[in-house]
Design a binder for this molecule. Sequence first.
Ligand SMILES: Cc1cc2nc3c(=O)[nH]c(=O)nc-3n(C[C@H](O)[C@H](O)[C@H](O)COP(=O)(O)O)c2cc1C
Length: 211
Amino acid sequence: MSLQLNTCPQALELIRARVSTSHFNPAFEIDDDLVADLIGHACEAPSAYHLQNWRFIAVRSREGRQKLCDPAYGQHQVKDAAVTVIVIGTLDGYQRIRANLQPLVDAGHMGPEDLEAWANDTHRGMHDRPAKQRDEAIRSGSLAAMNLMTAAQALGLASAPMGGFDAAAVSAAFGLAPTELPVMLVAIGRPAPGNWPRKPRRPVGEVLSIV
Ligand SMILES: Cc1cc2nc3c(=O)[nH]c(=O)nc-3n(C[C@H](O)[C@H](O)[C@H](O)COP(=O)(O)O)c2cc1C
């Protein structure tokens, strides 16, 4: 018998209601506070070792959109959405692990020796391991992007994840450091008519093994 756990049905509704939006209302605008609010929700995502190995560029200005248009292969969401967020994963995020954990020490949740052990563990796991650094950059960036889309949905906005972009061209256009990887573009705004309905998913029985 399964438990009936249904303490926040709205959260499940949001997950089910999100769709990738192709057509955005170009007249709808998002102010700085709302952009910051959305990014704050993105940053609530978990990350390995609590790396928080991400950065975000919110492309909203006309010049910014023009710069992003070609690297995003002319995808029109960039032109029409209120903002397109470049979700960036950082390869060297592990180097600031002590700063990330210090607030836990300050709050008395973690002892200084625990911080030291955690930081050393992180360094061992991440330093001189480019594949691991890239994996974690993509994992963290993807989780942050998902949070961003769910938060947008919760705030009555539509979103569009995009992996169709030239990473080197995005990096060059927006001055990303060699240690920064553009993971995903997420366009956010209000939908215009003409979008696809929600696409059905493969049945759970086809994709799940319980062992
Ligand atoms: C990592 C990733 C990259 C994607 N890249 C693009 C893209 O470049 N352009 C686009 O129109 N849609 C893109 N999509 C949207 C997918 O096509 C869409 O998520 C999928 O068809 C399922 O539809 P839904 O999001 O509406 O449920 C991308 C989605 C993901 C998760």
